[in-house]
Design a protein around this ligand. Sequence first.
Ligand code: PRX
Length: 654
Amino acid sequence: MSDSNIDSVLIENRKFEPSSEFASKARIQPADFAALHKKAEQDYTGFWAEQAHDLIDWQTLFNEILDDSNAPHFKWFADGKLNVSYNCLDRHLADKADKTAIIFEGEKGDIRKISYQQLTDEVSQFANALKAHGIEKGDRVVIYMPMTPEAVIAMQACARIGAIHSVVFGGFSAESLRDRINDAGAKMVITADGGTRGGKVVELKAATDKALDHDCPSIENVIVYQRTNHGANMQQGRDIWWHDAIAEQDTVCVPEWVESEHPLFLLYTSGSTGKPKGIQHSSAGYLLGAIATNLWVFDLQDDDVFWCTADVGWITGHTYVAYGPLAAGGTIVIYEGAPTVPDGGRFWKICQDHKVSIFYTAPTAIRALMKLGDELPNAYDLSSIRLLGTVGEPINPEAWMWYHKVIGKEKCPIVDTWWQTETGCNMIAPLPGVVATKPGSCTIALPGIDADVVDEDGNSITEPNKGGYLVIKKPFPAQLRTIWGDEQRYVDTYWPKFGGKYYLAGDSARKDADGYFWIMGRIDDVLNVSGHRLGTMEVESALVAHERVAEAAVVGYPHDVKGEAIFAYVVLRGVRPEGGIDEALTKELRNWVGEQIGPIAKPDQIRYADNLPKTRSGKIMRRLLRNIARGEEITSDTSTLENEDILLQLEGKA
Ligand code: PRX
């Protein structure tokens, strides 16, 4: 862990109690909260069993609760059977068939409302289409879709038949898509002709074709949803239009009852190496976490309209769009496009028009919209909003206060939710009717989650504000089960320390005198750009794949909107450009990385040097590169550098 991660620079003393107006109506009252915590402390597995019993509809009720005999490969509720799609859809039909499940708005303003009955029918019909194209329980299906209801329908349809989906964010490139398809061994891709974002067409089908063009042997079919209608090249025998695939299919599809541990989905995320890892989630444990946190943290109630702005390509879009709110019988909003079309008031207009009551977004979006001024949000009626949330990165107190004042009108609690792709659901977050909030802190762990900050030896750090490793000390139902196809990497990444007893989150954190958690950043080489995880190695691998690049090192530096931006140091094959500047090449390399990974991975800055700063053993001194990128004074001892004279070039002074 680097020193800069351990030092805490931010001490924030403001504290906001939930308003009595909010608290009086909240699902979880202080007495419930105390009871939940007490039960979880006294009878940990019994606590989760009770929740699983109450919140999930089982086809076969479980007897076993937690099997930790093969730790860290935990099993929860293993002898139970269920279906996640049944829990999200069918079970609501008795009393909510006509209730709106999804309010969809396209970037161009087209609106669709889908009831629970309609959604059940559409999911079932599409599930039958998948079966008709040979998809069976356990098969992997990659979903590469725009943010339309069909993305959720595709996910739910996979869940309905026990197929394992892996959603790939539509902003990822053909190369990234191909890697994920191959790693998962997927049989099918579900995509669209295109999506609309920022007024432009996102070429999803073209990228899919490129991905499948070579070295992608497992794919048998591609189902293409017609969204943009701008012309798609359909390969005969392989590609089928969505509307043709469902045309003859029945709207009834009996759910496939799967074991609790049956994988519901894989979701690829970045780690410390160049290869993204397929995080594998279970059916029952994941569903339980998703439902419980939608009820506890988002206080989701029958008349709420919940808008989580995340794309289904990220875990947030799984747990707080596609699964959790539906399993809890809620109404969700899905918006296809960019927040600034036609202007930066779009989010607020959507909140007004659809009477959004719970709004959940990322600090990067809040900062970007805050920069545009208060006039835009003030032009809309935001009185329907009663709860706000943030996720993905630490929120700076300035953005928190703006969110609180200008969007929340000082009456809405803000739930700052700490969690990860791997944890499946919120882990550390306030229960909004009970826990007072502090700008920049995700507050305290949820009932049944044993989070702590520990030192190198795994001892709890009791001194307030002293940084350490964020760990989860007991297994919990929604946690990842493994990394797809790489058990060893699972063990090595998440359980490498403390005798393999604690889940190592990969973040550093501190606890203040009230026991509130403050996340301080990653301890590994993972960047957080606009709330999205990217491995420095991934960007480096992409750069060195360019014919002109010999070596590359990538670090993050603070950015006032993105949170973190990417700084790349590049050693070229052949001569270094004059003065270290070559704008044309910089543009080419940025685009190249965009093509290799996706536009979010484009380096913000590229600096050319004859070499990278290496110790005599050949190790790149990343701390030094971080100092330079951040404009900080170089604190490390540069005398251990093999090539000290390289510093001037790295600093852009030669
Ligand atoms: O560093 C933490 C940061 O995002 C990482 C997880 O990224 P990902 O798996 O992409 O999931 C993002 C959405 C859950 C964490 O290791 N992070 C997430 N939420 C917060 C956060 N950092 C500070 N505060 C948060 N609320």
